[in-house]
Design a protein around this ligand. Structure first.
Ligand code: AMP
Length: 117
């Protein structure tokens, strides 16, 4: 079981932002921006490549709700999902990173392949 599945099961705590019956949003433990929220489906999918398209539609609405709740829907944010080994995925349960709260820089992964954001 991944750490995020344990969070969904209530076995380990999280700093919750928003929840419904299908999705959960919580603060990243190691924030890389002033606002750094992880958004996950409660059902297990290893990564974006495995995700169900219909559920993804519902997840889109949930992510938009998180952005409104955090007051960044107008000012803007970055949405990232790391998929698989070369994508830099560490936790093997699909999650989106919502990063906001500052004008974010952009990294050149061609010259700096270790940078993720
Ligand atoms: P990724 O590299 O895309 O798999 O990102 C995994 C993210 O999960 C990282 O940004 C970690 O800081 C974050 N993370 C790991 N464990 C926890 C936890 N228990 N609570 C919140 N965030 C976590």
């Amino acid at each position: 079981m991944t750490i995020f599945e344990k969070i969904v099961a209530g076995e380990i705590p999280c700093n919750k932002v928003l929840e419904n019956d299908k999705f959960l949003a919580f603060n990243d433990i190691n924030p890389k921006a002033p606002i750094h929220i992880l958004i996950i489906p409660k059902k297990h999918f290893e990564n974006f490549q495995e995700m169900d398209g219909t559920l993804m539609g519902e997840m889109t609405k949930f992510i938009q709700e998180v952005a409104v709740l955090m007051g960044v829907d107008k000012s803007g944010y970055r949405l990232v999902t790391n998929c698989g080994e070369n994508g830099g995925q560490e936790v093997m349960h699909l999650h989106f990173h919502l990063l906001a709260g500052a004008k974010l820089g952009w990294v050149d992964t061609a010259t700096d392949p270790q940078s993720t954001f």
